[in-house]
Design a protein around this ligand. Structure first.
Ligand SMILES: CC(C)(COP(=O)(O)OP(=O)(O)OC[C@H]1O[C@@H](n2cnc3c(N)ncnc32)[C@H](O)[C@@H]1OP(=O)(O)O)[C@@H](O)C(=O)NCCC(=O)NCCS
Length: 407
């Protein structure tokens, strides 16, 4: 039996679509013409890796060339998804082989970080991905929303057409300039990912402008479908609410609350969102939080070098001893020195301040977990007295990480 790992060819895309459609039980799996056409249009085949046993495709994954922001800078980020295998070929290590190979490929492409969404965190933790952000969800009946503070002005809320996405994008860019974990979005991403123009219930966008006509916020949401009122009543979904000002924030919440046909609105938000402090009676809101992205450092040296400090005045030095069985090029002792807003990284033989796996480094790197919290959780070894405080300062971020996009 032979196992081959390589990018799929254009002629093999339909075969891969069948694996994906079966794995996620997509309704289109009896007719894959549209999915195949879309895949050929949107995803160059060299973004893929597939496994072949005796010539038959058994599994595949895709590495999307994304950019993720941290402390005001964009880092190249390999978005891994989907990851799927045929049931008769599962638990044979094919996906493990694809994940190992993907790390080499992403590193070669300068994708210093990688990230994915998954219902199987333990699978990916074996290969060095680790939980690196959380998503908060509010669920509330829109009729019960009353605000503690009134907006200073009503401004104007208007619905955008799909082609108007650049107006929302202008707001998004300002908002994400200092945000951590936000992805760079382009035309294809807005249309196909955020607005889901192909989906049965495409997304709507409402933009809020102040009295000068300046856009200051928007909300992207999916409404219930009238054809299936009972089923969809509960699933009004707010994918993203972005506001540059308090007036934009409060007006967009009022706008959402007027969607009174919905029994409940579910709103996905970052963990620092202040909705519970804004609503008059927080008992009407059910709040849940769950892990979101798992991140992986594909290239420790390059990632550390490219990561700006949160405080441009910081002067810090730290030596990390990193262990990485899956991506051995990351292993060793790394001396990190930050001064005058620049970061210097070099391999060293000197004694480390902290010892940790690349898996633990991923959530430290993007500010999801502080070094102090990681030590508390038993996830790293501390050798020097001041090491934790220095690492906390080194890996500090302007905001907790959050990515509204799914892929
Ligand atoms: C999840 C899925 C991709 C795993 O594929 P697979 O071919 O069984 O994976 P592998 O055999 O290469 O397993 C790699 C390792 O992960 C482990 N693993 C596999 N599936 C796992 C799961 N669901 N949860 C936890 N660990 C898992 C395996 O035991 C193996 O560990 P080992 O190397 O220590 O033995 C496959 O079951 C699938 O396609 N599921 C449906 C779609 C899906 O859920 N995709 C993932 C979305 S992120």
């Amino acid at each position: 039996m032979s196992l081959e790992i390589r990018p799929m060819t254009a002629g093999e895309v339909e075969e891969s679509e069948l694996i994906g459609a079966y794995a996620f039980n997509r309704p289109d799996r009896r007719d894959l013409a549209h999915a195949t056409e879309q895949a050929l249009k949107l995803y160059p085949t060299d973004w893929s890796l597939a496994s072949f046993e005796d010539g038959e495709m058994t599994a595949y994954l895709r590495m999307l060339p994304l950019v993720s922001r941290i402390n005001g800078h964009g880092l190249r980020y390999g978005g891994v998804g989907p990851v799927v295998s045929l049931p008769q070929h599962r638990r044979k290590g094919h996906v493990g082989a694809l994940l190992r190979e993907s790390l080499k490929v992403m590193r070669e492409r300068g994708q210093v970080l990688s990230g994915l969404h998954t219902p199987h965190p333990t699978l990916y933790q074996r290969f060095g991905w680790e939980i690196a952000s959380e998503r908060r969800s509010y669920t509330f009946p829109p009729k019960d929303v009353a605000l503690k503070s009134e907006p200073g002005e009503r401004g104007r809320t208007r619905m955008l057409k799909p082609d108007d996405w650049p107006q929302a994008d202008r707001v998004y860019r300002q908002h994400s300039a200092r945000r951590n974990g936000a992805l760079h979005r382009g035309d294809v991403w807005w249309r196909n990912n955020l607005l889901s123009l192909d989906a049965p219930t495409p997304a709507d966008i409402a933009l809020w402008e102040d009295r000068q006509g300046e856009p200051q916020g928007y909300v992207i949401y999916h409404q219930p479908t009238p054809a299936q009122p009972d089923e969809y009543m509960g699933s009004f979904w707010v994918r993203e609410l972005v506001a540059l000002t308090s007036d934009a924030y409060l007006n967009l919440i009022l706008y959402l609350s007027r969607h009174d046909i919905a029994k409940a609105i579910r709103w996905d938000a970052p963990t620092e969102d202040p909705f519970l402090s804004v609503i008059d009676d927080a008992r009407h809101v059910t709040t849940t939080a769950r892990y979101d992205l798992l991140n992986r450092i594909c290239d420790v040296e390059a990632a550390l070098r490219q990561r700006p400090p949160a405080d441009p005045e910081a002067r810090l030095a730290l030596t990390l001893e990193v262990r990485d069985d899956t991506a051995p090029w990351n292993g060793g002792r790394w001396r990190i020195a930050v001064a005058d807003g620049t970061v210097d990284v070099e391999k060293t033989e000197s004694q480390p301040d902290l010892t940790l796996t690349a898996t633990t480094l991923a959530p430290l790197f993007n500010g999801y977990l502080s070094a102090t919290a990681a030590a508390f959780a038993g996830r790293l070894e501390v050798h020097g007295e001041a090491a934790l405080a220095t690492a906390d300062a080194l890996f500090a971020t302007s905001y907790p990480p959050y990515c509204a996009d799914t892929f």
